[in-house]
Every structure is written in structure tokens, then in C-alpha cells.
Write a protein that binds this ligand. Structure first.
Ligand code: BGC
Length: 265
């Protein structure tokens, strides 16, 4: 139970990697705040699973004594600030922030609309920026240290044709983690990126429905399989724990070797 007594907020935790992270942090003893934007039923499912593990958590629509489920669109700075404030209000503190919420939109570069560009950048980069800022303000005000873990992507490093805005947002996270590691170090706050490759989650529904595309991708993954949310969650739990106290400003890839497997066709 490495996270006993800690409170963690995981953005975008009604499904996929975020849900896996919540469950793992709860297993490690943390109290967790579940956040969703459009899937209250997913948030409730996450909550039920946490409760089955015996954990305490806070969601905004649940009627039980554990609280309510917090609905917040990470693309809105007002909602981001509200989310952090409500989390702190409920548990009295926040020790771990996992910036997990993220979206991607498929289109050739020359067809990307301003609305799609804004949607991707607002959730993936602006939301991370201001959630982290609100969390750091709380840590400074309460004179405590904390841990920030961003869920980035192999595409903070690797091009992803037809996902230009997504890549730009993840590239932005790559520099943000380096900058903030330096700026927050003297406060005892660590920040790291976890960069998943192809994980079997709803963001990859399209891929999972195309056996040809999936087959081609699997050829590029040395470990020969898609990742599972728990493959990512176990690393997040480590980075959130005191075992990782001396680690800051780094990106850790969880991709079955995908990033380094360039092959001439
Ligand atoms: C994307 C997935 C993609 C994976 C590997 C992730 O960042 O969200 O859509 O399959 O990278 O390319």
C-alpha cells in the first residue's frame, strides 16, 4: 500500500487508461477523485470498481456517502479550476495529479478545422497546463510537496500522420514536463510524463475494428500485442509513490517497443 493516506485526482477516468489508473492507485491505498466529461455511467462504473476494492472516492452524481462524481471538461479552464477546487474541498487535500484526459481527431493536415484544432489543444495541453497550475497553487498554499504525472504518448516523439494537432499537443507536453521539473524542483514537486503506445482502449476503437490496420500496427510492436490500461497504471503508481522521489522531468514509454522499431518496408 504505497499510497496510503494520499489523495489523487485522475482526469478522464470514466474509461480506458484513466479508469485503469484510478483502480491501481486505489489498490495502492489512495483516495481517488474520478473525473468525466461525457460518460457519467463510465464514472459510476469506475466508482463501483473502486468501492469493490474497498477504496474511498469522490464522484459527483453518486448518492452514497462517498460523495459525487465530478463532471468537468478539461478543455475549459473554468471547469478545470472548479474540478481541482472541488477535489480539495471534499478530501481536504490533493497529493497526486494525473493529467490523463486526452482526445485525438483524424484528418489530413490540410483539412484540419480550427474547431478540431482547438478541441485537441484545449484538452490535451491547455487543460494540463491549468490543472497543473491550480494543483501547484494548492501545494504552495498548504506548504506541501506533490506528484504530477502526465499521460502523454509515443507521439510526443514519433510522427503520427493525419494527427498533426494531437502530435503538436503531445510535443508541447514534452517541453512542459522539462520546464516544470526545473521550475517546481525547489518546491519538492515532481512531474513526469508516461507515454503510452497503442493501448486497448476506446480511443482506439477505430483501429480495433479494422483487422488490417491492427495487423500492420502489431507488426511494429516488438512485444507483439497491444498494451492494456494496467500496463500504464503500474508505472503511474510507481511514479506517484515515494519510490520515485528522485525522478522528475522524464518521459517513460509504455509501448511494447513501438517507438524504436522503425523498419524499412
Ligand atoms: C494514440 C493511438 C495510437 C497510438 C500508437 C496513441 O497516442 O492515441 O490512437 O494507436 O498512439 O500510434
Amino acid at each position: 500500500m504505497r499510497l496510503e493516506g494520499k489523495v489523487a485526482l485522475v482526469t478522464g477516468s470514466s474509461q480506458g487508461i484513466g479508469q485503469g489508473i484510478v483502480l491501481r492507485l486505489a489498490q495502492e491505498g489512495a483516495d481517488v477523485v474520478i473525473n468525466y466529461r461525457s460518460h457519467p455511467e463510465g464514472a459510476e462504473e469506475t466508482l463501483a470498481k473502486v468501492q469493490a476494492l474497498g477504496g474511498r472516492c469522490y464522484t459527483a452524481q453518486s448518492s452514497n456517502s462517498h460523495g459525487l462524481t465530478i463532471k468537468a471538461d478539461l478543455g475549459s479552464v473554468d471547469e478545470v479550476r472548479q474540478l481541482i477546487a472541488e477535489s480539495i474541498e471534499h478530501f481536504g487535500r490533493l497529493d497526486i495529479l494525473v493529467n490523463n484526459a486526452g482526445i485525438e481527431k483524424h484528418a489530413p493536415f490540410w483539412e484540419v478545422t480550427e474547431a478540431d484544432y482547438d478541441a485537441v489543444m484545449n484538452v490535451n495541453l491547455k487543460g494540463v497546463f491549468f490543472a497543473t497550475q491550480a494543483f501547484v497553487q494548492h501545494l504552495i498554499a498548504t506548504k506541501r510537496t506533490g506528484k504530477i504525472i502526465n499521460i502523454s504518448s509515443v507521439h510526443e516523439e514519433l510522427p503520427f500522420p493525419n494527427f498533426a494537432a494531437y502530435c503538436a499537443s503531445k510535443g508541447g507536453m514534452k517541453m512542459l514536463v522539462r520546464n516544470l521539473a526545473v521550475e517546481l524542483g525547489s518546491l519538492g514537486i515532481t512531474i513526469n510524463n508516461v507515454a503510452p503506445g497503442a493501448i486497448e482502449t476506446p480511443i482506439n476503437t477505430n483501429l480495433l475494428n479494422y483487422p488490417e490496420k491492427l495487423g500492420a500496427l502489431l507488426q511494429n510492436i516488438p512485444l507483439g500485442r497491444l498494451g492494456q490500461p494496467q500496463d500504464v497504471a503500474s508505472l503511474v503508481a510507481f511514479l506517484a509513490s515515494s519510490d520515485a522521489d528522485y525522478i522528475t522531468g522524464s518521459t517513460f514509454f509504455v509501448d511494447g517497443g513501438l517507438l524504436w522499431n522503425y523498419q524499412e518496408q
